[in-house]
Ligand binder design. Structure first.
Ligand code: F6R
Length: 611
């Protein structure tokens, strides 16, 4: 997701930028860099890895100047490396960027055709070259910047600086956060307010479409056509810790709320809107022939990612009519492997470092499978060791309990299913286009769930003191029952189990009594009536029932103790996404009500790099 910062004033810019980047490091630590403008011109420093490496470099050879921009990177396009680190430079212009420029390949080809040489694999570098090109005809930095912003598609927060105009910084925002502030004889830009708090508490939250010209005297905001825009100056009284969490009490809640954006980013740039409704994956180097030749499809993962894999099985079987094997990393490793040469092996992992999944993927590769990883962390071991990688673009996930990475994986699996379906000629172009339209509506459906969080808090208040929960789901929502139960046990320490609803009568129903709340997932799908029958079975045994259903279904209020509804426009194969978000919020509230540190639950680590 990256963090950006800008400063123009009378103080030592490098010091202000470094302090600010420390506050933003949670947004990415693949590399860090800064550009400072002093009497000697622009001085650009970049270092791979954590911010300390840049700090050591600045201490070794200080940068002199009172204006500058800085960046902390969470890689999306291109491995973590010095060339791919920001700021990117073109002539006397430098820029830092957070977001994804969807049309960067088109822009890059055009710029290369005009003789611009690219030094990185990033999408961001095009912005530097575009700006340098736009200033060639004598336009000022703000005028040129405005023209450049008009050429960009995708999401961005950008800050830029030019040697020829040392008294001004430019910035723009579309889909990525950007805050401006002014205090004394200095002005500031940053991805969130935390770096500003040491200097000023009066800030302007820029909005999508805003372009800002920042000088020592203040910040002027216009729209993309240069018309003045009035952005209120707000007084913030947040502590630094609250500000890092974007005002949310916990990273987990922040990350739950980031899901509409994470889904959008995972979809962005993947779907080429042509008549064929093509889904493009530049990083998936597995060829159509290899997909066609594959005998079997395997999905291997751990924990929450394994639940995403189980959803993938239902999805692939439904859309592609192909059997899929799903396994837990630690089980796969020690079973007699049935992987055959040419099989497709999907490794799912947020971190890309989970030892069991990593070893399973290595074993599959050794046996001749083509390994495709679906990972969130760019440049992670799994991504590097795979034959192809499909990145979820969910941004840094800090909370130990995985939330946005899971829904990102579900979206990535949908895209992959469309891709494979197309390659096999199973899915027709029209069906793919319609499916992509449905996917694009998902962020709105998730917003809808998040807006009704108050209903989930009310449910949590009613049941948070219970010691056992059951989660039931059928078909594609059976893995969501597993995920809902896992989330609850992780962050509330309540014993919770997920079951396939039809399995209850084969044993688990013996656990049910008036003290065991049962969460039933019953969205509108072809198994709705059957799921409701399972709901009745537990209700008859006096269990309090919390039903998650669709808006259109009418008859649950009479039988369930609480009913939460997802929009009925959500098609059955996509229901796992909004349902999961609702279950995440329920678990979150229960954990908080029980006084648990939900971001750091006991005994757990974010990345499990040991067997
Ligand atoms: C649960 C959770 C874990 C991870 C698991 C795999 O909330 O976060 O179950 O899903 O440790 O991690 P990754 O996806 O990084 O391989």
């Amino acid at each position: 997701m990256c963090g950006i910062i800008g400063y123009i004033g009378d103080a030592d810019a490098a010091g202000v930028l470094l302090e600010g980047l420390k506050r933003l490091e949670y947004r990415g630590y693949d590399s860090a860099g800064m550009a400072v403008l002093g009497r000697g011109g622009l001085d650009v420093r970049r270092r791979v890895g954590v911010l300390r490496h840049l700090e050591d470099e600045v201490r070794r050879a200080p940068l002199a100047g009172t204006a500058g921009i800085g960046h902390t990177r969470w890689a999306t396009h291109g491995q973590p490396s010095e060339e791919n680190a920001h700021p990117h430079r073109s002539g006397d212009v430098v820029v830092v960027h957070n977001g994804i420029i969807e049309n960067y390949l088109d822009l890059k080809r055009r710029l290369q055709g005009e003789g611009f040489a690219f030094a990185s694999e990033t999408d961001a570098e095009v912005i530097a070259h575009l700006l340098a090109r736009a200033m060639r005809d004598g336009r000022s930095l703000p005028q040129a910047f405005q023209a450049v912003v008009g050429e960009l598609q995708g999401s961005y927060a950008i800050a830029g600086l030019c040697e020829r105009e040392p008294d001004v910084l430019v910035a723009a925002r579309s889909g990525c956060p950007l805050v401006a502030g002014h205090g004394g004889e200095a002005s500031f830009l940053a991805s969130d307010v935390t770096p500003l708090l040491a200097h000023t508490r009066r800030v302007q939250f820029l909005e999508d479409g805003d372009v800002a010209v920042v000088t020592r005297r203040g910040v002027t905001v216009t729209d993309a056509d240069g018309r003045p825009v009035d952005r209120d100056t707000v007084a913030v009284d947040w502590t630094t810790e609250t500000a890092e969490k974007g005002g949310y009490p916990h990273f987990m809640l922040k990350e739950i709320h980031e899901q509409p954006q994470a889904i959008l980013d995972t979809l962005r740039g993947r779907t080429v809107v042509d008549d064929a409704g093509r889904v493009s994956f530049p990083d998936v180097t597995i060829t159509p022939d290899e997909f066609r030749a594959a005998g079997q499809i395997w999905i291997v993962a751990c924990g929450t990612s394994w639940h995403a894999g189980l959803v993938g099985k239902y999805l692939f079987e439904e859309l592609l009519h192909k059997p899929v094997h799903v396994d837990i990393g630690s089980e796969f490793r020690y079973r007699k492997s049935m992987v055959r040469k040419g099989d497709i092996f999907l490794a799912l992992s947020q971190s890309g470092e989970t030892a069991d999944t990593l070893d399973a993927a290595r074993e599959a590769r050794r046996l001749g499978a083509r390994v495709l990883s679906v990972v969130n962390v760019v440049g992670s071991t799994m991504a590097r060791e795979s034959d192809g990688v499909l990145y979820t673009r969910c941004g840094l996930e800090i909370s130990v309990a995985s939330t946005k990475a899971f829904t990102g994986q579900l979206v990535a699996l949908h895209l992959l299913a469309l891709h494979i379906g197309r390659v096999h000629g199973i899915l027709k172009e029209r069906a793919i286009r319609e499916w992509l339209d449905q996917l694009r509506q998902l962020p709105g459906h998730v917003e809808d769930v998040i807006k009704r969080d108050g209903e989930l808090l009310a449910v949590a208040k009613r049941f948070y003191q219970k010691n056992n929960f059951l989660y039931l789901g059928r078909w594609i929502n059976y893995p969501i029952a597993l995920e809902g139960a896992l989330k609850l046990k992780e962050i509330s320490y309540i014993h919770a189990e997920g079951y396939a609803a039809g399995e209850m009568k084969h044993g688990p129903i013996a656990l049910v009594d008036e003290d065991v709340p049962v969460v039933v997932l019953a969205p509108q799908d072809r198994l709705y009536r059957k799921t409701v029958s399972n709901l009745m079975e537990v209700k008859t045994r006096k269990a309090p029932v919390i039903a998650f259903t669709s808006e259109g279904e009418l008859d649950l209020e009479d039988v369930a103790d609480c009913v939460f509804r997802i929009p009925d426009a959500v098609p059955p194969l996509l229901a796992p996404v909004p349902l999961t978000v609702a279950l995440q919020l329920l678990a979150y509230h229960i954990g908080v009500l029980r006084g648990i540190d939900v971001d750091r639950p006991r005994n757990l680590a974010k990345s499990v790099t040991v067997e």
